[in-house]
Design a binder for this molecule. Sequence first.
Ligand SMILES: [Zn+2]
Ligand SMILES: [Zn+2]
Ligand SMILES: [Zn+2]
Length: 282
Amino acid sequence: MVTVTLLGIAQDGGRPQAGCVKQCCHDIAREDWSYPVSLGIIGDDGKGHLIEASRHLTDQLQIWGNNEISSVWLTHAHLGHVDGLGLFGKETMGKTGLNLHLSESMLNLVHNNPFWKALLDQNVFIPTTFEDTDEITLDSGFSIQAVKVPHRDELSDMHAFLLKGEKKNLLFLPDHDTWKETLDFHGVDTIRGFLSKFEVDIALIDGTFWSSNELSGRFQHEVPHPPISQTLEMLGSKNERDPDIFFIHLNHTNPLYFDGPERKILLDSGWKIGVQGSVFEL
Ligand SMILES: [Zn+2]
Ligand SMILES: [Zn+2]
Ligand SMILES: [Zn+2]
């Protein structure tokens, strides 16, 4: 059996977010902290595969209950997806020969960052690049397909991952700019069309912001993600044959962290909110 554990549901900054003195991050108990999005996969051979490397890896390995990692996969270069890479090096875990799967543009960035390059020079990671649509079969009873999506690419491009198990396919799409660009890029008209193109059963998708006015002033335009309210409008209510959709990558300002009207609207429509520590079987 292949299991996928959701090791974090927060946007890159986590929750509480450093420096936030507003109500959203006030007095959150340690056990209620949300870590940046990440997945831990255990294959049917018992090997562990990690998607994203966040600085909260210590806590996330505890949630996962696994320390044996044989490969690491990166979607893109933004902070919370990569800021734990150094933890695999000699100061901490002291790994060697760990398979690192990433895109060509992400690898270029690794080579150009002295800190990350040292991890390659010290043989901590053995990099393997993938391209859009590449499907890599692991000896663990599942495969991972790279699915390119448009997302701010000032550092690297962005690939969602489609995990294909024997029974189910799970899509991990934590970040993208707009549905219009993503759907256009994949030549489909609707979110349902996009998900059925990849035969998705479980979709973990970008739920960074509830609405576009959640951030004030200039940030509104600098941090583009499709607001959940728009995604819900496009989706309508869940039908029996629809995949299960879980919103993840929630910004600390996201009202879904609280039991309010937004949560009710989403749940009443039949969709779900990612729960840190939850496990999916593929
Ligand atoms: Zn992100
Ligand atoms: Zn906050
Ligand atoms: Zn991003």
